[in-house]
Ligand binder design. Structure first.
Ligand code: LMR
Length: 330
């Protein structure tokens, strides 16, 4: 009996040790862009915070640059539990049945980042993330990249200059309509394929914020870029629902805090990163940059004015009305 009590005491005293030695909870975070982009940097910031604040009970392993999965594959991998966390561009949520996310693709919908944040960081954004639960994933946050520019191998001074060009798009019906409204031919390609497609002439041009353009060396294969700021490109960070709901509550809370902080960081650096990338593109001397005057911008706005209206029912008329009302409120 004494021996039994002694043995139990020994085992009990070892319990905390066993806990401390447990393998950390692994979060595999897959994404498709370079590490020195707003998304790449925010992911790294999240990794540091998550590992620090959980005292190493969580380990975040980041797979950038489509190293592990490419655009649509990463969505499937997340649903299957092959990775725990991804942050796809908002244009890529179609396969999840969440086409309302394409509202962010509507040209000239958001006048600036402050207006956009009223949506992504407010109740409308929270509602959109909440609705993703029905698709088996949990939406944790919206992360910024920024506004897009058009590029090609000829000057794009007016909207008519895109006529006849094969333009790469992300898989979004709104972006498809946008390119058609300009007389261009949209071609859906994964992000990791864009450089080669531009180099080989499979497509003639593309659109992206400057950080994505520069970190993929697109200045080597695009002679002209026009700063149009015609549409927004951002991300939703999503996790596998079963994984997230199975986490110990204290860990989940610590990760939610780390995510909030990483989101603030992404908002803070995104514009800077894109400005710096534009300067680097200019300095490369390979791509001529045109910045629109206010009057020229109006011409682009007019050329694209019908795109959102034509797809209101598809995206969700109520959502569009709510967004407009929220942005117009004092
Ligand atoms: C693209 O495919 O152009 C972008 O969405 C890539 C990204 O994740 O920023």
């Amino acid at each position: 009996m004494k021996w039994f009590a002694f043995l139990s005491a020994c085992l009990l005293s070892l319990a905390p040790l066993a806990h401390a030695q447990q393998a950390p909870i692994l979060i595999r975070f897959s994404h498709v862009v370079a590490t020195d982009t707003p998304k790449g940097k925010a992911a790294e910031h999240f990794r540091q915070l998550a590992e620090q604040t959980t005292g190493g009970r969580v380990q975040v392993r980041i797979y950038p640059n489509s190293e592990l999965y490419r655009d649509r594959d990463e969505l499937e991998a997340l649903q299957l539990g092959a990775v725990e966390m991804i942050a796809p561009s908002l244009s890529k949520f179609g396969p999840l049945g969440a086409r309302e996310f394409q509202v962010f693709d509507v040209p000239f919908m958001f006048p600036d980042t402050a207006a956009l944040h009223r949506i992504t960081q407010g109740p409308i954004g929270a509602g959109m993330l909440q609705r993703l639960r029905l698709k088996g994933v949990i939406g944790l946050a919206f992360w910024d990249n920024g506004f897009k520019s058009f590029s090609a191998n000829r000057p794009l001074r007016t909207p008519a200059d895109l006529a006849g060009l094969r333009m790469r798009i992300q898989p979004s019906r709104v972006l498809d309509a946008q390119m058609r409204a300009l007389g261009a031919q949209p071609t859906t390609l994964r992000f990791g394929e864009v450089y080669d497609a531009l180099a080989s002439g499979v497509v003639d041009g593309t659109e992206n914020p400057h950080s994505n353009f520069y970190t993929q060396d697109m200045q080597d294969v695009q002679s002209h870029l026009t700063v149009t700021d015609h549409g927004y490109l951002g991300y939703a960070v999503i996790v596998n629902r079963k994984f997230w709901e199975g986490l110990p509550p204290d860990i989940r809370e610590a990760l939610e805090d780390a995510m909030q902080e990483a989101t603030r960081y992404a908002s803070q650096i995104a514009q800077e990163e894109n400005d710096r990338a534009l300067e680097a593109i200019r300095a490369s001397g390979k791509t001529q940059i045109k910045v629109l005057t206010a009057a020229e911008r109006e011409t682009w706005k007019n050329a694209l004015a019908g795109v959102g209206a034509g797809l209101e029912t598809y995206i969700g008329a109520q959502l569009i009305a709510d967004i407009r009302r929220t942005m117009a409120a004092p």
